[in-house]
Ligand binder design. Sequence first.
Ligand code: SAM
Length: 338
Amino acid sequence: MVSGALFRYLWRMIVIAWLIYVPLQLGWLPLSILGAVWVGYKQIVVSRRLGLSQTAIEIINGRWTGDVFGLRPDPWSRRLARHLPNTSTAGLALCLFPLLVARWIAGRPILYPLRPADEAAGLANLVFSRSPRFDQLIEAHRARVEQVMILGAGLDTRAYGPLAATGLSLFELDQPTEQRAKRAALSRAGISSDHVCFVEVDFAAGDWSGALLHSGFDPARPTLFLWEGVTLYLSDADIARTLKTLHLLSAPGSVLLLDLYATRFLALARKGAMAAVLEQTGEGVAFGLDLSSDAPACLDRFAAAHGLRVDAAYFLGSAHRQGPFAVIAALLFEPSGP
Ligand SMILES: C[S@@+](CC[C@H](N)C(=O)[O-])C[C@H]1O[C@@H](n2cnc3c(N)ncnc32)[C@H](O)[C@@H]1O
């Protein structure tokens, strides 16, 4: 319980933070724009030139920001981001400097970045709503599994931070170019990845389970499958095929953590500037669920159709009149299969 005096002090600091932030941001605007343009150039143009995922950069930029602003500790993302060719942490800092000053004064972020309640979550704070929910689900399940497989790992650093010391067998799956660039950046950043097994895959092409089994993955051991921020870039057929493969690889006690996006979110991503930007790196969105009415029932139907059962679900943005824009779920594998 916050005492009256402390509450008044905190409130006063937030007001002071706003009073300093507004004129500082106005004066700093050219530098904020310069920082944003520099980050955007690296994310879009350099990613395109190097054949890398710009959506993976979007996420690590968010995790860098969450760490710097004290929303979600992630020193490994912060360190890795400094060594990536397709982002600029100096640009991010330049862009966000006035907000950082306000955060120091207020003792908490104001305006951005924020982590609202799930029902009020929005696109601007997507990473700050999404990643901590996955952290919570990983924490809830990790004692019951022996392996962790991160599908479409991108620049996720969980395998080098919270999961590194658990003794779990760790596997990262991603497309070859993306994975090789990440390994090179990890090495430049001095982050050891010897305990992680990297497997090159393409969920949109053929069967990758042979390569996985060859790499030491043991389908007889319970596994936590983490599929964060990937399903929306795949087709219905790719989703169905990948889930079928996971079924074959899942020993009893395994769990799948994933996020699924609403068709209203996909509609936004297919329009205007967002579509044009995603098009640059060929990362157009494809798979979604119609979560506009009875989202929990829709998720249940999706799970049942793929031989899965919903263990936990968090709907983001459910206060919106068109329903949530995404759901983060823990799904269990039904023994009967898909
Ligand atoms: C938005 S990023 C998410 C990265 C990571 N899961 C995270 O949360 O930081 C999407 C990732 O999915 C990967 N991806 C997209 N399509 C894929 C495919 N067909 N096969 C394998 N990986 C894919 C991309 O390479 C990229 O790393």
